[in-house]
Design a protein around this ligand. Structure first.
Ligand code: PPE
Length: 304
């Protein structure tokens, strides 16, 4: 999806003009994928622009960095304030926000411990990641032949840039095969995530989602939807899911910051159908919550 240019990007504590936000070609992260990132969204709310669960995203960023011994000289409060300032300075009501912590310029080689750690935060207006139609009518999914990275290969719990080569392999494979989004199995053959989303199935009124120990990312949207579903009176079970659970689901959907909540209409050509009542009920509450229009979830909207 194309990027829309805005005014400023935050780099190591400074607001830099969009076109001056550059790094050297010998930046460590460019060569080895040695970076960790977040994907966050801000939405227009009745009280003004608000960043959805900003504090939780910044906390996850720190955890992602910890796995790779990337210490950066900013507190969570610094990065929370920087994110809010950035949205303000760019005069955006709603946008996608991309913080990146990366090994910088000065050292090369696979011992990164003496390479600088730099931080940037960018934002830009970004529409529905899997399309407006997808949110309304659902998308097609296919199980990729590429397995999701294992915790003993590259821990999926750290949102590291290098991990996403795995997602790119899966996504390109299924796009070329004519489908909208991938499903990645782990090396044991259990369902984990989409290329950049968590996954839920609904069977007999109960929601199921893979546990993080199977390789699912501890998604913040996933966590929000578990809360919403529980509040709506549904049971949510974190349990192993095999591919036939997808084929035989009453309903299924992807969740993520970029994707939001996207129903799955088909998996491997097995029809699930138009979005069902559980998916729709959860979508309705979620889309209100992110826009600050649901009284129960106001705390999730952190005003800029
Ligand atoms: N699984 C994966 C593999 C993943 O990358 C994401 C986020 C999720 C689940 C959902 O997590 P959360 O956003 O906290 O609900 N993917 C981010 C990057 C997508 C991209 O294309 O880049 C995102 O949604 O921002």
């Amino acid at each position: 999806m194309p990027i829309t240019e805005v005014k400023k990007i935050w780099m190591n504590g400074k607001m830099v003009d969009w076109h001056d936000a550059k790094i050297h070609v010998l930046t460590h992260a460019l060569h080895y994928g040695s970076a960790v990132f977040e994907g966050i969204r801000a939405y227009k709310t009745p009280e003004g622009p608000a960043v959805f669960r900003l504090s939780d995203h910044i906390k996850r960023l720190r955890n992602s960095a910890k796995v790779y011994f990337m210490d950066y000289g900013f507190t969570d409060e610094d990065l929370i304030q920087a994110t809010k300032d950035l949205v303000k300075v760019n005069e955006l009501d709603s946008c996608y926000i991309r913080p990146l912590v990366y090994r910088g310029y000065g050292e090369m080689g696979l011992n990164p411990l003496s390479a600088d750690v730099d931080v940037l935060i960018a934002c830009w207006p970004w529409g529905a990641y899997l399309g407006e139609e997808g949110i309304k009518h659902g998308i097609t999914a296919k199980v990729s032949s590429f397995r999701r990275i294992d915790s003993n290969v590259m821990p999926p719990a750290s949102k590291a840039s290098g991990n996403y080569l795995n997602s790119i392999l899966a996504k390109v494979e299924i796009i070329k095969a004519g489908y909208n989004e991938a499903v990645l199995l782990n090396t044991q053959g259990l369902v984990t995530d989409g290329s950049g989303e968590n996954l839920f199935v609904v069977k007999d009124g109960v929601l199921y989602t893979p546990p993080t120990s199977d390789g699912a990312l501890e998604g913040i949207t996933r966590d929000s939807l578990i809360t919403v579903a529980n509040d709506l009176g549904y049971t949510v079970v974190e349990d192993h899911i095999v591919r036939s659970d997808l084929y035989l689901a009453d309903e299924a959907f992807y969740s993520g910051t970029a994707a939001e909540v996207v129903p799955i209409r088909e998996v491997d050509d097995r029809v699930i159908g138009e979005p069902g009542p559980v998916t729709k009920a959860i979508q309705e509450v979620f889309f209100k919550a992110i826009k600050g229009e649901h009284p129960d979830y106001k705390d999730w909207c952190e005003l800029v």
